[in-house]
Design a binder for this molecule. Structure first.
Ligand code: SAM
Ligand code: SF4
Length: 351
């Protein structure tokens, strides 16, 4: 159990919180969105995300569920309105529903506008009903292919059936499902139009994402990278894409496809910088806050959490984080064989 190896020095329930100003960075951006990673572990091994022999963190380094809740509460006290749980795979963390239920209570109390989760959906069939009951209304499901063999090649696991059952269960439970698909040269490139038709046929928005150069993997990123400008040109030759004003608090831009009637999102960190409207920070499952997905700069919140006077120390660190949040990321995949722009894997900070 995580709790037994990471003794807490304070009883979080009895700590009185100071009211503190909302989080605003040096560029005047209000930070109202926290992406909180609850584990670095995963039951899949997506080739662009993890190496097959990925080394996971020792459990004592990972925040307990109580520590994660305390951290989330500190952000809520500073004006965060939206929390997305991510990982690794959040639904493989033992007892994850106890954290989700406690954060869900803050949604019910109107302290949070949204509690949501990014998942690979392998475990969603058994969690869908509980998630809805806890107050979760939307889930993002990451799915890059609808072909069994391609799924195995991409994730190194045979779990497509479980994923589809998970999506079915989520929709039955009343959860709004959004599909996120990483566009990968050659691997799923030819499947993209069929995936869009499938998603729209099930009343799901599908968002395409450019692969980002995060962490060393077996393959060269240059071989995976498919600019969405090229995908968009191909889609426009088949369908009519009407730009939408729609905003979901994230970096995606949206189009309606007239012929399918559904919505297509695109997240283009490489071909189109989206930093000006950034409203978020990320915290890893070890309590490191990353002010930007595309930078290595981070601050350790775990020491504050486990030290004396955690409320005050955390607040001071959040102020430092705001001063250090950079204006923009510096991703680039311009040539074969380049080092990753950022050494950590996406599974450290989550998507
Ligand atoms: N396991 C969960 C899942 O797959 O939805 C949550 C964590 S996963 C790291 C979050 C998202 O990051 C997924 O949509 C995944 O496709 C995306 N991702 C992982 N590595 C990426 C990379 N190098 N570039 C772009 N997206 C990446
Ligand atoms: Fe796991 Fe998500 Fe990374 Fe795939 S993208 S290996 S499902 S954490």
């Amino acid at each position: 159990m995580y709790n037994s190896v990471a003794p807490l020095r304070v009883d979080f329930k009895t700590v009185s919180r100071m009211s503190a100003p909302s989080l605003k960075d040096a560029f005047g951006r209000e930070i109202s969105y926290l992406r909180l990673s609850v584990t670095d572990r995963c039951d899949l091994r997506c080739a662009y995300c993890m190496a097959e022999d990925m080394k996971f963190l020792p459990k004592r380094d990972v925040l307990s569920l109580e520590e994660l809740e305390f951290l989330a509460a500190a952000f809520i006290d500073r004006g965060v309105k939206k929390i997305r749980l991510t990982g690794g795979e959040p639904l493989v963390r033992r007892d994850i529903m106890s954290l989700i239920n406690r954060l869900g209570a803050r949604f019910e109390a109107n302290e949070l506008e949204e509690l949501t989760i990014t998942t690979n959906a392998t475990q969603l069939e058994r969690f869908a009903g509980d998630l809805f009951a806890a107050g979760v209304r939307r889930v993002n499901v990451s799915l890059d292919t609808l072909d069994d063999e391609n799924f195995f090649r991409l994730t190194r696991r045979r779990q497509l059936g479980a994923v589809i059952r998970g999506i079915d269960a989520a929709q039955r439970a009343g959860l709004k499902v959004k599909i996120n698909t990483v566009a990968l040269k050659d691997t799923n490139q030819s499947e993209i139009p069929a995936m869009i038709e499938w998603a729209h046929g099930r009343d799901m928005t599908l968002t395409l994402i450019e692969v980002m150069p995060l962490g060393e993997i077996e393959q060269d990123r240059f071989d995976q990278y498919l600019p969405l400008s090229a995908v968009s040109d191909d889609l426009k030759s088949r369908w009519t894409l009407e730009p939408l004003e729609m905003k979901t608090g994230g970096p995606a831009r949206y189009w309606r496809i007239i012929e399918t009637g559904g919505v297509l999102g695109m997240i283009t960190p490489l071909t189109n910088n989206f930093c000006a409207g950034c409203n978020r920070v990320r915290v890893t499952c070890t309590g490191e806050i990353y002010m930007c997905l595309g930078h290595g700069d981070k601050l350790d919140l775990r020491a504050a959490l486990r030290g004396p006077n955690p409320t005050q120390t955390l607040n001071e660190l959040l102020d430092v984080a705001m001063r250090r949040k950079p204006e923009r990321h510096e991703f680039e995949i311009s040539k074969p064989g380049a080092e990753p722009a950022v050494a950590r894997h996406m599974s450290v900070t989550g998507g």
